[in-house]
Design a binder for this molecule. Structure first.
Ligand code: NAD
Length: 515
């Protein structure tokens, strides 16, 4: 049996030696930029003329790599390969599948600074954010490996005299894995490895903004001994290749993490039975959020401001769990907002190569959408008290932005912005704050800072979100400790990194034999 699961520690970059190692890895990666990468179908490299180009959002002249693009013909080829490999992979003993994950986790530890470096370049994370992402990927592999061993062991069922009964968890079939770019290594690796350790075979369609991170996983899985054809790498446009595969009768399940709009579309397309389809497709859809932190009267303002800023502006606010609304009790409002503005103005923006706290947002479309939300907020009488505009640099930089005078039903209080914009909402008392916190269609994360036990207990009962944090920030879920997933339009509450997760990738088979 493997040792008890423990979260992978995060590297301390305040130590000069660690920061130096990260800079050295960045220099190495710099030499490897701009290469061309193929699709991987049944382990074979397939090159196409049509490519998608991944660029550094902090320096748009820098090309991370060009990736061959799947069309529907290649997607079909990959699907046929995955169908074929499922016939053998499903018979491989769970322990052997688990070994692949444990070996892959070891390789990730060995290549940690290099993986971080690619991530810093491809999506603009600072050193610590990138390192936490890589650590989370390692955690997912270690955790799901142990979970598979638990599910493969004899399951407790009620004994019946005269019968031998057994419940086993068997795989589903071919899964389509569609990850987002914002945790480009952890979420992508978690969804893919949960699939394969459960005995499924995979079509991995990475986000067009972070294909390199998925390519790295393919290299790692190969080195870890995963046979060809179990995971097929098929970058391509979501709208065409994605739709084609989601609608395909041979796809058994779709594991999706991304926006509400795309998640709902996938759910709709997948629900329709295609000719020749003999199952109800399973859709695991983790989607967006509009996450609130409540700041009650009587709390330590410095602590609450620190938590709010970290949750709102870590990775430029591009986390599904990010605090995008802070709801502040009227009795503490002035003091809290004054400190929030003072500290918010100090947040540095710059190139993540140099480990600046805030880097760019992911692409031009995203930047424009964020700036448009700021304009909408102004039209709705919001008051921009920090930032509010593009920041300097050869990329998609947006200033950390704080907007006060936001009303609970304003656009920026309701729609997911997915960028460095924090709406501040005043509540007349805790009652009102709780009502505001629950007034969106989402329900992913939330947090409450309070010194009052009764208020914390009330939040425990009434704050309707998948991940609620008391007296701490609403980002930074740890695998195993904080199983992650949201309610309502935030998704199917899959609880990634929890004991329920692999059940979504398996089906229980009961065999009862009369003795
Ligand atoms: P997105 O919805 O734009 O894209 C997600 C993935 O879907 C990408 O790989 C994309 O190529 C693909 N896609 C696009 N159209 C498709 C289609 N028609 N069919 C199939 N696939 C299609 O999201 P994003 O910008 O990559 O990620 C940000 C979003 O993800 C935010 O809304 C964020 O809140 C959410 N997110 C949620 C969680 C969670 O656990 N709930 C975690 C991370 C991110």
């Amino acid at each position: 049996m493997p040792a008890e699961f423990k979260n992978e520690p995060i590297t301390d970059f305040s130590k000069p030696a660690n920061a130096q190692k990260q800079r050295a890895a960045l220099a190495e990666v710099q030499k490897k930029l701009g290469k061309k990468y193929p699709l991987l179908i049944n382990g074979k490299k397939v090159n196409t003329d049509d490519v998608l180009v991944s660029r550094n959002p902090a320096n748009v002249d820098e090309v991370i790599g060009s990736f061959s693009k799947a069309d529907t013909t290649l997607a079909e080829k990959a699907l046929q390969a995955a169908l074929k490999s499922f016939e053998t992979w499903k018979t491989v003993a769970p322990k052997k599948r688990v070994d692949v994950l444990f070996k892959a986790a070891k390789i990730m530890r060995r290549r940690r600074y290099e993986i971080n470096a690619w991530m810093i370049k491809e999506v603009g994370k600072n050193y610590t954010e990138a390192d936490a992402d890589t650590a989370e990927a390692i955690d997912f592999l270690e955790f799901y490996g142990r979970e598979m061993l638990r599910l493969a062991a004899p399951q407790p069922i009620v004994p019946v005299p005269g019968e031998k009964n057994g419940l086993t968890y068997i795989p589903l079939g071919v899964g389509l894995v569609i990850p987002p770019w914002n945790f480009p290594f952890a979420i992508m690796a978690g969804m893919t490895c949960a699939s394969l350790v459960s005995g499924n075979t995979v079509l991995l369609k990475p986000s067009s903004d972070s294909p390199m991170m998925a390519w790295l996983l393919m290299e790692i899985l190969e080195e870890a001994g995963l046979p060809a054809g179990i995971v097929n790498f098929i970058p391509g446009p979501g709208a065409s290749v994605g739709d084609y595969l989601v609608a395909h009768p041979k796809i058994r399940y779709i594991s999706f993490t991304g926006s509400m709009e795309v998640g709902l579309r996938i759910n709709e397309v997948a629900a329709k039975k295609a000719d020749g389809q003999i199952w109800i497709k399973r859709v695991i859809a983790e989607m967006g959020g509009k996450d609130s932190m409540i700041i009650d009267e009587g709390v330590d303002v410095d602590e609450a401001v620190k938590g709010t800023l970290a949750a709102a502006f870590g990775f430029q606010g591009q986390k599904c769990s990010a605090c995008s609304r802070v709801i502040v009790h009227a009795n503490i409002y002035d003091r809290f907002v004054e400190k929030l503005i003072e500290e918010g103005k100090k947040l540095p923006v710059g190139n993540p190569d140099d480990n600046v706290y805030m880097g760019p947002v992911i692409n031009e479309k995203s930047m424009k959408s964020i700036l448009a939300y700021i304009e909408t907020a102004k039209k709705e009488k919001g008051k921009v008290v920090v930032g509010g505009a593009r920041a300097d640099g050869n990329g998609w930089f947006v200033q950390p932005t704080i907007i006060t005078n936001v009303k609970p039903n304003d656009t920026i209080a309701q729609e997911e912005i997915f960028g460095p914009v924090l709406a501040v909402i005043k509540a007349k008392d805790f009652d009102a704050a709780m009502k505001i916190a629950n007034n969106t269609m989402f329900g992913l994360t939330g947090a409450v800072y309070s010194t009052k036990r009764a208020h914390l207990e009330r939040a425990r009962e009434e704050f309707h979100c998948g991940n609620l944090y008391l007296n701490r920030k609403c980002t930074g879920a740890l695998v195993g400790a904080h199983p992650f997933g949201g309610f309502n339009m935030s998704g199917t509450d899959s609880k990634a990194g929890g004991r329920d997760y692999l059940l979504l990738f398996t089906q229980g088979k009961l065999v009862s034999e009369k003795l």
